[in-house]
Each structure stands twice: as C-alpha cells, then as structure tokens.
Write a protein that binds this ligand. Structure first.
Ligand code: AMP
Length: 210
C-alpha cells in the first residue's frame, strides 16, 4: 500500500507516519528526516538544502524529487510505503505520477494554524533518529533523551516561532493546492487532528482501512 500524509508542518504527520508504519509494516519515508541527515553529514545535497531549511522555505523540487526517487527504489519499499512530507508542491506530485507511482490514499491531517503554532513551540525531535516528541502531550520517558535510540531530544531550529510563521505561509501557498489535486483524483481522505496522538491514529487507521 502506498500512502501519502498531507498536512501543515506540526499537524502530526511524522508521529502518525511512525505509528502507521509499525502497524502496516511498511517504511515511513520522511524527506525532512532524509534532508536533516544529509545536512548533518555535510553531503553535497545537504549543503544545498540547509539554507532553505533554516529559513523555513522549501528545498527546490529537483533536489527532493531526486532524493525520493532513489529512496523508493530501495528493497524495503517493494510492498509499499508512507510518504511523510512529500509531495509538498504540485510539480512534486506530478513527478510521482510520471515515475509511475500509484498512490492508494492521501490522508490529510487537518489542524488549525493557531493550534499548529502552539504545538510546534513544544515539539522536540531526536537529533539521531528523527523521532518526534512534545514536551506536554508526548514527552520522552527521560527528559531530553530519545525513548527509541537514546539520542538527544532537541528543539528543531526551524521550529522557532518566526520560522513557523514562514513555514505555515509556504504550506498554504505551495502545499495546500495538493488537497484539490488529490481530491480530483478521488484519493483524498481528511482526518481532523485530535489533541491526543492515539485518537488521531485511530481515525487515521480507519481512513486507511476504510
Ligand atoms: P519536515 O521535517 O517535513 O517539516 O521538513 C523540514 C524541511 O525540509 C522543510 O521545511 C523543507 O525545507 C524541507 N523539505 C522536506 N520535505 C520537502 C519537500 N517535499 N519539498 C521541499 N522541501 C522539503
């Protein structure tokens, strides 16, 4: 099964993708996590991406499309995958179609901008494995340490309040048109993001199976 999770930054795509990935036993592909790893490792692609990411802008389409194409060609993707954070523009969605990728469902997690701003202020991520936490709603068991790998759990640079405003603007301008794009293809299901992670997961799994 090939799924796309759509939603504003901080709507909970990453957390929900992790949960669905475990339940369905298909990999979560997060272009944000791949790019952050590239930045950390100082690769050519990371160097290109960093300035865009730091200011909350989108990395150019050709860079992310190349990354995605290589990733979905890997062996673990043969039974399907969950795309978390890709596509983020109409040209990226068109590139997926050109690659011959058949998407089963696109699940949009809908959360109002005001709630997003509050959530991102409390979000923390593991700098080693990318796992996502929230200081209030979903804290790690040991403060500052990842439950999964023991890495440091930190505030993402692009979760700073002024950057969040830019990321939301980018979402509404460049990514939200994908809602109509996939609606017109009969693929879109909208789930209202709940304050409890588990409540949203339940709705998401119903949407996947429904
Ligand atoms: P995320 O972790 O999904 O919020 O992604 C973090 C940052 O990586 C975004 O703000 C963008 O700068 C970049 N990024 C991730 N995925 C994409 C994409 N599909 N297209 C363009 N930029 C992306």
């Amino acid at each position: 099964m090939n799924l796309i999770l759509l939603g504003a930054p901080g709507a909970g795509k990453g957390t929900q993708a992790e949960i669905i990935s475990e339940k369905l036993n298909i990999p979560q592909i997060s272009t944000g996590n791949i790019l952050r790893a590239a930045v950390k490792n100082g690769t050519e692609c990371g160097l290109q991406a960093k300035s865009y990411m730091d200011k909350g802008a989108l990395v150019p389409d050709e860079v992310v499309i190349g990354i995605l194409k290589d990733r979905i060609a890997e062996e673990d993707c043969k039974n399907g995958y969950i795309l978390d954070g890709f596509p983020r523009t109409v040209p990226q969605a068109e590139a997926l179609e050109k690659m011959g990728v058949v998407i089963d469902k696109v699940i949009e997690i809908s959360v109002p901008d005001e709630a997003i701003k509050a959530r991102l202020g409390g979000r923390r991520v593991c700098e080693s494995c990318g796992a996502s936490y929230h200081i209030e709603f979903n804290p790690p068991k040991t403060e500052g340490k990842c439950d999964k790998c023991g890495g440091n759990v930190v505030l993402r640079k692009d979760d700073a309040p002024e950057t969040v405003i830019d990321r939301l603007k980018t979402y509404h301008e460049a990514t939200a048109p994908l809602i109509d794009f996939y609606k017109s293809r009969g693929k879109l299901v909208t789930v209202i993001g709940q304050s409890e992670v588990a409540d949203t997961s339940k709705l998401m799994l119903e949407a996947v199976n429904g």
